[in-house]
Design a protein around this ligand. Sequence first.
Ligand code: SF4
Length: 239
Amino acid sequence: MSKIDFPLGALPIANDTGKTINFSASGGHSIYCDKNCRMYDSGCYAVNSEKRQGNLRKSGQRRELSPVQVCNSARLQFRNLRNCWARLSSRGSVPKVSQARKIRGFVDSFAAMISEIVESGSKIHFPVESSSKRKFYQAICDSVKPGAVVVRESVQSLRACLKSTAPRAFVVGDSYDGLGIAGRLKEAHKLARKIRAGGETAIVCPKIKPRGYSGTVAKCGDCTACADGRVLVVLYAKH
Ligand code: SF4
């Protein structure tokens, strides 16, 4: 029997059912992240937290060398869990399609992990940064149980957000737009209205709030939009 090489991580942005499964370090420090991601390196929140905590980067890099063991460890741990919020890739990303096909046993172990998580009654938030990854991993998830998992593409431009019909997420604004989080939230809500007017479902992530906000903040797991295939577009204000 496989052993637990890689314990599941906690997820501060989620309620207490949150568990993370990560396959790599982020941005310029991972061979898995697609370089066309607009957050690659400097804009990526995970890169910034890894800069502050060197152990996170090292742990990601260890995982990157052992993606099959990451899947096997997660599968075994989910055997004893129920009704979690399972977040893939809160740091780094999953292997690119060409890499995933080459890593011996990866596709099967990934499918077995997804199967165990679905069986546990957990919801899966699975973001990827390219269309090729979305199609590839969606097909694996659908081979386990059609419709049980939505692989959500983080689209890289407003144009792609408006043009795509796939389940997707888009970050509204950037660090240099001078809008601040409050201004970006307004823009995100404006964009959500426009998308809804075109007949698609769109929501603005409720856990992102302007600086100084003192009310209750939503947590993933209570909000399940990202894991819900009926929600086609999730918008995040850059924060
Ligand atoms: S939309 Fe909901 S599930 Fe997605 S990141 Fe925001 S709080 Fe979490």
